[in-house]
Design a protein around this ligand. Structure first.
Ligand SMILES: NC(=O)c1ccc[n+]([C@@H]2O[C@H](COP(=O)([O-])OP(=O)(O)OC[C@H]3O[C@@H](n4cnc5c(N)ncnc54)[C@H](OP(=O)(O)O)[C@@H]3O)[C@@H](O)[C@H]2O)c1
Length: 262
C-alpha cells in the first residue's frame, strides 16, 4: 500500500507523556513533519514534549490532558480529532500488571482491563467513525505486544489484554478494507521504558529494544498502513518460534525473564 501522506497533517498519539508514545511523537515531527496531537494524564510531561517539538523541529503540537478511562476523556479526544481533521492515530496508552496472578487484587486487574480493553475499544470505535466520514484516507495503529501473541506467565492479565488488541485489529483490518481507513497492530517485545522498568524483569534491561528505535518502527507501520508489524529481527524470530513450538513450551519460555515468587 502507498505510504499515507502525513506531512503537515495532525497525528494523534496517545500515551505520549512517556516511553514509546513520547518517542513516537518526536519521530513523527522530525522525520515526517507531522503535527502531533499528544494525549496523557501528566501535563508536565506533555508540556515538556510540546516545547521540545517546537524548539527542535518548529512543528506545531497540541496537548490533551485527560484520563482515557473516563468517557469525558475519550469524548474530548474525539472532538479534537474531528476539529483538527486528524489523518492518523497511534494508540499507545496502556497499563501493565505483573507478578504472580493471585498476588494482585481484582481491582488492579479491572484497571488494566478498563484501560487496555474497554476504553481502548470505545476510543477506537469513535476514531473509526470520525475517520470514515473524512474525505481523505487515514491510518490507525494500536500498539499491542508480543505478549499478545503468546501467553505470558507473571504478566498474564496484561498479556491477555494485548491478545485482545491484536485479535481485534486483525479482524478490523479485513472489515475496513476498501473504506479508506487502514487499521493494524504493532507488536514489540520488551522496550526500554518505565513500563519495562516496573515489570521486575530478572535480567534488567538486557534484551530490551531502544525506545527510539522501536518508535521508528511504529511510525513506519502507521505511515505504511501495515495490518501487523513486529519491530526488529530478534522479535520477529521470537514470534516465528512462538508460532512453531508447542504452546505449552512457548509459555514456559515466556516465563523465563520474570522473577518467580520465593
Ligand atoms: N515497555 C515494554 O516493554 C513494552 C513491550 C511491548 C509492548 N509495549 C506496549 O507499548 C506501549 C507503550 O508502552 P511504554 O513502555 O511506553 O509504557 P509507559 O512508559 O508506561 O507509558 C504508558 C503511557 O500510557 C499513558 N496512559 C496510561 N493510562 C492512561 C490513561 N488512563 N489515560 C491516558 N493516558 C494513559 C501514560 O500517560 P499518563 O501516565 O501521563 O497518563 C503513558 O504516557 C503500550 O501499549 C505497551 O503495552 C510495551
Amino acid at each position: 500500500m502507498k505510504p499515507l501522506p502525513i506531512k503537515n497533517s495532525w497525528v494523534l498519539v496517545t500515551g505520549a507523556s512517556a516511553g514509546l508514545g513520547r518517542a513516537s511523537a518526536l519521530r513523527l515531527a522530525e522525520w515526517y513533519q507531522a503535527k502531533p496531537l499528544i494525549v496523557g494524564r501528566r501535563l508536565d510531561n506533555l508540556s515538556e514534549l510540546q516545547a521540545e517539538i517546537d524548539e527542535r523541529f518548529h512543528i506545531p503540537c497540541e496537548i490533551i490532558v485527560t484520563d482515557q478511562r473516563e468517557i469525558e476523556g475519550r469524548e474530548k479526544i474525539a472532538a479534537k480529532v474531528a476539529e483538527l481533521k486528524v489523518t492518523a492515530a497511534l494508540l499507545v496508552a496502556d497499563l501493565t500488571s505483573f507478578g504472580p496472578f493471585d498476588a494482585s487484587r481484582a481491582d488492579a486487574y479491572a484497571e488494566v482491563i478498563e484501560t487496555n480493553i474497554l476504553s481502548f475499544t470505545d476510543l477506537l470505535t469513535g476514531l473509526i467513525a470520525i475517520f470514515r466520514q473524512q474525505p481523505f484516507e487515514s491510518s490507525i495503529i494500536a500498539v499491542s505486544s508480543l505478549a499478545g501473541e503468546t501467553s505470558v506467565p507473571f504478566q498474564a492479565v496484561y498479556g491477555a489484554s494485548k491478545a485482545y488488541v491484536s485479535n481485534l485489529m486483525r479482524a478490523l483490518s479485513v472489515e475496513l478494507a476498501g473504506t479508506g481507513v487502514s487499521v493494524g497492530s504493532f507488536a514489540p517485545g520488551g522496550i526500554d521504558t518505565d513500563m519495562a522498568a516496573v515489570s521486575d524483569l530478572k535480567w534488567g534491561r538486557l534484551g530490551l529494544m531502544d525506545v527510539d528505535r522501536c518508535a521508528a518502527y511504529a511510525c513506519h507501520a502507521l505511515v505504511h498502513r501495515q495490518s501487523f508489524a513486529i519491530p526488529g529481527i530478534g522479535n520477529r524470530l521470537t514470534y516465528l518460534a512462538s508460532r512453531t513450538l508447542p504452546r505449552s513450551l512457548t509459555s514456559r519460555l515466556a516465563a523465563l525473564p520474570y522473577r518467580r515468587p520465593r
